[in-house]
Design a protein around this ligand. Structure first.
Ligand code: UDP
Length: 140
């Protein structure tokens, strides 16, 4: 399996509860390496642009407001088959459906306040990484 990269966000419900370390620890224990990380407060434009794929969905406005509500930590993760590995450790979107031992099962509050974002394909990972990071900010 090739070493690849994915994009992760530690969402506002986690930064608010001081869980950035707990989330990062679970990512690292799953075999992912944090090769870039920064804490930012998303603007409305950033949040709307990032989630543009969902703009027709009923939860879009609430999702954008949530992502702007508190700081987030954006990260680039590296590891073998990083996209799938990260999706596995994240767990299902709704924490009620997430498997035992996953980040969302252990830490998430609700389907909206679900602690982490992770890219769903290598193609989207490349787009999402470039949305938040300059190449020189990623140190593998
Ligand atoms: N979301 C929500 N309500 C829903 C579905 C999704 O608030 O009914 C939010 C949730 O924060 C989720 C994000 O929108 O993480 C993006 O949804 P997606 O289906 O892409 O889930 P993910 O890839 O994050 O598991």
């Amino acid at each position: 399996m090739a070493v690849t990269r994915t994009f992760s966000i530690i969402k506002p419900d986690a930064t608010r509860r001081n869980l950035t370390g707990a989330v990062t620890r679970m990512l690292e224990e799953a075999g992912l390496r944090v090769v870039a990380s920064k804490r930012i407060h998303m603007t409305k434009e950033q949040a709307e642009g990032f989630y543009a794929v969902h703009k027709e969905r009923p939860f879009f406005g609430e999702l954008v407001e949530f992502m702007m509500s508190e700081p987030v930590v954006v990260q680039v993760l590296e590891g073998e088959d990083a996209v799938t590995r990260n999706r596995d450790i994240m767990g299902a979107t709704n924490p009620a459906d997430a498997a035992e031992g996953t980040i969302r099962k252990e830490l998430a509050l609700s389907i909206g306040e679900n602690t982490v974002h992770g890219s769903d394909s290598e193609e989207n990972a490349a787009i999402e990484i470039a949305y938040f990071f300059k190449p020189e900010e990623i140190v593998g």
